[in-house]
Design a protein. Structure first.
Length: 577
């Protein structure tokens, strides 16, 4: 057995069992279930995993000088994986992508005692395990049936064999500085009283401390603590053509001491107010196609959607998946000079903390730096304990939300230029204008920020990705003058977009947040340099028009009445008034 990280000293917070006592109870019940789950004539469990998450969460939101939300709660839930059969063939088909744990009966029994009472915890594990075992047997025979009725051409072994580890971290139980944070948020939110043109403004802070226990039948024991803090400032304005557009700033932190001071948050608030004024006056160009320059943050989102999800190991073997890169290992998929890797062991990019960092994944495998693309050539994939063709070992990327089955997911997804390569931002802007003129176009586009993205990897649908844009500028190809636009979103097909990269920058930026896929919502980070694409398509995002409210906000009512103009023209309402 390999020991990893530091051992915890004896520690027993008031009212809670010692962390090691919890691991011992989980291990004891796991062994009892492994030995006792026997149905004559049916396969027995060959592997089991128990996990427990206890989350202390604080949710704050302020607007117009009032505290709209203040919630402080602690909750705990358990997860059990029961595998019957053997490492060669078991109950999991398609890497578990279509399992849908939330729709199964076992999902009704995942609650754990908030006080972590040892006897109550053991009873909860006992109940959940019985249901998971019953479901595993049903899945096993469904899998058997599929092997007779279908040609499972991409199927591999059921589960990798990994060395057991022991990894324990110190757990903390300090309260978040709730009162101090509330005062700052409420005070800053009064600024919105000076701007009645901004609808549904708010300053929010979400803080979570996640304690995780994990044991396996192989002998692995894991105890970890992670803190995730997100601060958001946002608001909406209604444009002359009836479109609600959003301005926002988000901060992602990993420790209480990293929360910025009031002055820093006030500067971010000022940026949002200025941005909303710009968006209110900005034009909507409708559809656009032409050369595009993406900042590092925007490029990171594009790589995440167009490339990252298609390198997740389960998508190489699951039925119903398009398997975009399954048979392209050793082939060029990006321009020369670019490397792609995923490194959950990174904690910071410069001084910026990374949400996607972790030490041990959700299958008890240590996180590993994994090279995916080298000098533009595909070298590997993100892997959980589901084998992929040509590889029978996990690289520590099995992740989930604590409910769904873990699968290979991104952590810190990094795109970087080979040392000495890459151009300055100003040089890329000049090349953008040159490309536009060469193509006979009057304009190019610069995308500085993307709010969110989504993609589809299934074989029954079009292979596309989409990005919700936060900051976009049209650049005149002759004069170089830029103007801000709004009400457009990025669309594309993955292979085409990646092959249209003609240049990249030197300095990297990050993009962070939650990523949603079959194994649930998980925190991730992306790091990338700016990229220049020879062609990118934007489409108008609005379809319907809306008018001003009949009355102004109460704090800005000067006695005037009526709407400014008639019913608005095109524009999709993105946020209720």
């Amino acid at each position: 057995m390999t020991a990893v990280s530091r051992l915890i000293p004896p520690y027993n917070p008031p009212g809670l069992p010692e962390p090691q006592e919890i691991l011992d109870v989980m291990q004891r019940e796991l062994r009892r279930s492994l030995d006792g789950m026997v149905v004559p004539g049916s396969p027995r469990p060959y592997f089991m995993l128990y996990a427990l998450r206890r989350v202390h969460a604080l949710r704050l939101r302020a607007a117009h000088g009032a505290l709209l939300r203040s919630r402080d709660q602690t909750h705990a839930h358990i997860y059990a994986d029961v595998r019957v059969g053997s490492h060669k063939f078991d109950n999991v088909i398609d890497g578990g992508l279509g399992e849908g744990a939330e729709e199964r009966e076992s999902n009704d029994w995942i609650d754990a005692p908030d006080d972590l009472n040892l006897q109550a915890l053991q009873i909860a594990l006992w109940k959940l395990t019985q249901l998971k075992f019953d479901e595993a047997l049903e899945d096993y025979y469904d899998h058997k049936k599929a092997t007779l009725s279908e040609y499972l051409r991409d199927e591999v072994s059921a589960m990798t064999r990994e060395r057991p580890i022991v990894h324990r971290e110190v757990l903390h139980h300090d309260d978040f500085p709730r009162a101090a944070w509330e005062r700052v948020l409420v005070d800053l939110s009064r600024r919105f009283l000076q701007h009645p043109e901004i609808y549904d403004p708010g300053i929010s802070l979400s803080a979570e401390r996640v304690h995780r226990w994990l044991v396996t039948s192989e002998g692995t024991q894991v105890l970890t603590e992670d803190v995730f803090i997100q601060i958001g400032i946002e608001g909406w304005v209604l444009t002359e053509d009836g479109v609600y557009v959003e301005g926002s700033r988000q901060l992602y932190l990993r420790a209480v001491e990293e929360v910025p001071d009031r002055a820093t948050l006030e500067r971010a608030l000022d940026e949002v107010i200025v941005e909303l004024a710009q968006l209110r006056e900005a034009e909507s160009p409708g559809a656009f196609i032409g050369p595009a320059l993406l900042s590092g943050q925007a490029a990171s989102t594009l790589f995440h959607e167009a490339l990252g999800h298609r390198l997740e190991g389960e998508r190489l073997v699951a039925r119903g998946e398009s398997k975009t890169f399954a048979r392209k290992k050793g082939e060029r998929i990006l321009p020369p000079g670019l490397n792609v890797l995923d490194d959950p062991t990174m904690t910071h990019c410069g001084k910026e903390p990374l949400w996607g960092s972790y030490r041990v994944d959700d299958e008890g495998v240590p996180a590993r730096r994994t090279l995916l693309v080298e000098d533009g050539v595909l070298r590997g994939f993100l892997q959980s304990r589901t084998p992929v063709p040509g590889s029978e070992h996990s690289n520590g990327h099995g992740r989930h939300d604590g409910v769904e089955r873990p699968m290979a997911r991104m952590g810190n997804f990094v795109v970087e230029g080979i040392a000495g390569q890459g151009e300055t931002w100003e040089a890329l802007k000049l090349r953008l204008a040159e490309l536009a003129r060469f193509q006979g176009r009057r304009q190019g586009v610069i995308i500085r920020r993307i709010l969110a993205g989504e993609t589809s990897t299934a074989d029954y649908d079009f292979q596309v990705f989409k990005g919700v844009l936060a900051e976009v500028h049209l650049v005149d190809a002759t004069t170089g003058v830029s103007r801000r636009i709004r009400d457009v979103e990025l669309i594309g097909t993955p292979l085409a977009a990646l092959q249209r990269i003609v240049a990249f920058g030197r300095d990297s930026e990050t993009d962070q947040g939650f990523c949603y896929a079959e194994s649930g919502s998980i925190p991730v980070s992306g790091i990338a340099p700016p990229i220049l694409l020879s062609e990118l398509e934007l489409q108008q995002s609005s379809t319907t028009g809306y008018h001003d409210p009949l009355l102004p906000p109460p704090f800005a009512d000067d006695g005037s009445r009526g709407r400014k103009g008639g019913l608005r023209s095109r524009g999709k309402r993105r946020k209720p008034v």
